[in-house]
Ligand binder design. Structure first.
Ligand code: SF4
Ligand code: SF4
Ligand code: FES
Length: 248
């Protein structure tokens, strides 16, 4: 008989509904990942008791750890389901939705809070795109390397999930948005808006809400140096605070 892997799924029928656990047995095959297990359930929604059930709902898109959409808590750790290989997970495997966001259904969450944080800090370079601007200014390779690392953030929410200071009740924008401010204020064009970008992470919900627990950097699937970004932006905020005459 083919080996089966037990998958425990924390389910919820809608926002605010009571959560419940349901177990599934999935046929093992080489290179199986958590997304493929969920796809199996989608095709044949029968639980481990042999009862017909509703298909489990989750989000995914790229299937190669780029879009951030499939973040969930797997065996207690926030991470991407598409890169979670069954061979490397302890069994039974447990999957839960990220707890810091509104649950739309089952493992599918509303990540709007993460994108709203990027809007709040203006995480972009304002340029006039109506004509060809030509090549941008060249950057030293070492700087381009660390900036490229920061640019790999996929707004997945794993860092926010692990952060004790981030919740649906707090205004804290979280480490990902702060790290993006560091990226854009170091961009040759973004430097023109340096003060404004730093101002955006000062005040309510900003960098001062970080408790420096360093949970975030440990779970980032892209290995973004979040604590370096947080320390750097703390220094920038302090400098700005002095330049503004000690006013927030
Ligand atoms: S270092 Fe700051 S942002 Fe990171 S987990 Fe701790 S409190 Fe949250
Ligand atoms: S910093 Fe890392 S963990 Fe946080 S949202 Fe970006 S990719 Fe995800
Ligand atoms: S599906 Fe895009 S990160 Fe997993």
């Amino acid at each position: 008989m083919a080996e089966v892997i037990r998958l425990r799924v924390k389910r919820q029928d809608g926002p605010g509904a009571a959560p419940y656990w349901e177990e599934f047995d999935i046929k093992y095959r080489a290179n199986l990942n958590v997304i493929a297990m969920l796809q199996d359930i989608q095709q044949n929604p029968v639980n481990a008791k042999g009862q017909k059930t509703t298909p489990v709902v989750w989000g995914c898109n790229c299937l190669e750890e780029i879009c951030g959409e499939c973040a969930m808590v797997i065996n207690g750790t926030p991470r991407q389901a598409c890169s979670a290989l069954v061979d490397k997970l302890t069994k039974p495997i447990t999957v839960e939705p990220l707890s810091k966001f509104t649950i739309i259904r089952d493992l599918y969450i509303d990540r709007a809070k993460l994108f709203n944080a990027l809007k709040k800090v203006n995480a972009w370079i304002p340029i006039d795109g109506t004509y060809d601007l030509g090549q941008g200014p060249k950057q030293p390779p070492a700087k381009a390397d660390w900036m490229y690392k920061l640019s790999q953030c996929m707004t997945c929410g794993c860092c926010a999930e692990s952060c004790p200071n981030y919740s649906d009740k707090s205004d804290f924008i979280g480490p990902a948005a702060i790290s993006q401010v560091r990226l854009f204020m170091n961009h040759p064009t973004g430097q023109l808006h340096r003060d404004e970008l730093v101002d955006n992470i000062m005040g309510n919900g900003g960098i001062a809400d970080c408790g420096k627990s360093q949970n975030c950097v440990r779970v980032c699937p892209k290995e973004i140096p979040l604590t370096t970004s947080l320390a750097d932006m703390n220094r920038e905020a302090l400098k700005r605070w002095f330049s503004r005459g000690l006013r927030f």
